[in-house]
Design a protein around this ligand. Sequence first.
Ligand SMILES: [Zn+2]
Length: 135
Amino acid sequence: MNTLKGVYVLIIQVDNDTGVNVGALGKLTFEKGLYAYVGSAQANLEQRIKRHLGKEKRLFWHIDYLLNNSVARIVKVLYKQANRTEECKIAKVIGEIGESVDGFGCSDCSCKSHLFRIGDYRFLQGFMRVLHVET
Ligand SMILES: [Zn+2]
């Protein structure tokens, strides 16, 4: 069933400090830690998440480059049924707490970033639900 649409946050664990070539952004250094990436899928949210979870894919979005690296893995997926404007609002909320990776995932909007290094993701569970996806 592909019924969900909305805004999602991928919680990503980076196991070691690593340099990743992120397409047009060039080589960025990711410190070991937890990251939150905000995206939206206004159709087929589950399909989008499955794409993020899969390793075999064409590298298209900035996030694809990070997730293609063996040190990065998705540990939790949160979502909220909401329209696309909410995507940037959630990015701003996370940005108040997290440390932004400037220019990442926000080519189509005016945000500073859609990827943040965070200490904890529990605060997101106050307004987002956990998505369970079969892989
Ligand atoms: Zn944005």
